[in-house]
Design a protein around this ligand. Structure first.
Ligand code: BTN
Length: 239
């Protein structure tokens, strides 16, 4: 039997709801969708503007092995990007680690939160936020984009169904990214070949199987970036 998809008109955050359900024993694959979030959250503790009109959902995982949470986030990003692209006339790229990009602008993001019982991973909640026809806060300016601005005729219902199905069938068995996943990521790597200045200066050169971003520094060495925000060195240029 398929795990349930629960719809709410308004919640604090679908992450809060999915954690509560997980605490009560909800099965892996349970999905929570909300029309609106009052205190939606993004990565690094940022608020996530979530008015009516966007796609705001969380999925519950109980991974068989405690792989790095960054890998789950990358896998979810790949799955959502593929589901989106199946309905869009434009490619979706991933700005490591969790931004879904339409050309130079952010269309959505992925947020992963793990809960532990001592040393044991109890569950992982994966949140997906996508700007469909919601308003974009003015302070984000041209950094963000909604689907309505690019493809107003999109079938939102079908998009939601295919994203939920892609998230439910996410394969988390391998502790590291497989060669196939790495090559899918390489094809979507928005940062590839771009020069960054934070968290270190260099040119993004790739991704490792443990989800670490590789950056080639001026001395020719490759350094690994595990966490943190990426800041581009200058105006983005396509590689
Ligand atoms: C990011 O790019 O910073 C991640 C954004 C994740 C937003 C989604 S919306 C559904 C789920 N509930 C939340 O409060 N956040 C995630």
């Amino acid at each position: 039997m398929t795990a349930p998809t629960l719809f709410f008109e308004r919640v604090s955050s679908t992450m809060d709801v999915i954690h509560e359900l997980a605490e009560q024993g909800a099965e892996a694959g349970t999905i929570v969708v909300a029309g609106e979030q009052l205190t939606g959250r993004g990565s690094r503790g940022r608020p996530w503007h979530s008015p009516v009109g966007g796609l705001w959902l969380s999925a519950l995982y109980r991974p068989p092995i405690a792989g790095a949470i960054e890998i789950i986030s990358l896998r979810a990003g790949l799955a959502v990007a593929a589901a989106l692209e199946a309905q869009l006339a434009e490619p979706i790229r991933i700005k490591w680690p969790n931004d879904l990009m339409l050309e130079e602008r952010k269309l959505g993001g992925i947020l992963c939160e793990a809960r532990w019982a001592g040393d044991v991973l109890a569950w992982v909640a994966v949140g997906v936020g996508l700007n469909l026809r919601n308003s974009i806060p003015p302070e984000l300016g041209s950094a963000a984009v909604s689907l309505r601005m690019r493809q107003p005729d999109i079938n939102e219902e079908q998009l939601q169904v295919s994203i939920i199905s892609a998230l439910r069938t996410l394969d988390l068995r391998a502790a590291k990214l497989t060669p196939a996943e790495l090559s899918r990521f390489a094809a979507r790597n928005w940062l590839s070949g771009r020069v960054i200045r934070e968290p270190l200066s260099g040119t993004v050169s790739g991704l490792t199987a443990d989800g670490t971003l590789l950056v080639r520094t001026a001395d020719g060495a490759e350094s690994a970036v595990r966490t943190g925000s990426i800041a581009l060195a200058a105006l983005p240029t396509r590689s």
